[in-house]
Design a binder for this molecule. Sequence first.
Ligand SMILES: O=C(CO)[C@@H](O)[C@H](O)COP(=O)(O)O
Length: 233
Amino acid sequence: MIKLTELSQDIQDAVAATREKVAKLHAELPANNLVVWTAGNVSERVPGADLFVIKPSGVRYDELSAEVMVVCTMDGEKIEDGTPARLSPSSDTAAHAYVYRHMPEVGGVVHTHSTYATAFAAVHQPIPCVLTMMGDEFGGEVPVGPFAIIGDDSIGRGIVETLKDSRSPAVLMANHGPFTIGKDATAAVKAAVMVEEVARTVAAARTLGEPVPVAQEHIDSLYDRYQNVYGQK
Ligand SMILES: O=C(CO)[C@@H](O)[C@H](O)COP(=O)(O)O
């Protein structure tokens, strides 16, 4: 088994920095009302190594610190990372690992059960692109992925199959909830916040009438501006 202390100092430093970052980002899930109890997870690739960092399974968010973040290989196997052997990685580790293996551009993955996005997943309905904010962040609708059993790489296969030809960084896995991807874990957390927000707004809009789709040409222009011009250089 790979032992963290036997890896190069550069890799050990990169692991330490990633653990700090991933531990901090987990606090964003309850802070943004995206999870109850322990029902969500964040992971990030370790730069310069075939490793990623993810939270331990079933541990309360206020107990998560850099020291207990679990380090895994790209096959989702925990390495000897200095945490107790009994500390298992998230139950969604195989899904995160599958995404990293098949989407090399992805550096971060997030899963939550946020209420409104999960409600769309429960009824197998994509979130239609009816808001400029959706054009900006998702470049179109947020798609629904297949039903998949938890624990092996079925969820990962569903995520990759659904997102590989989509601009959306979010997929609503049927009867389960949102999984989001990004160039790093911060971007994936942002997508998780945004997908819940637009799901909530679209659900509210439907109580008033039928939401009006944004024209494709406007979606393309919104997406291009937000991805390439918005914010600070
Ligand atoms: O979707 C599920 C289970 O339905 C999981 O995402 C858990 O809700 C969180 O699991 P851990 O990351 O704590 O193992």
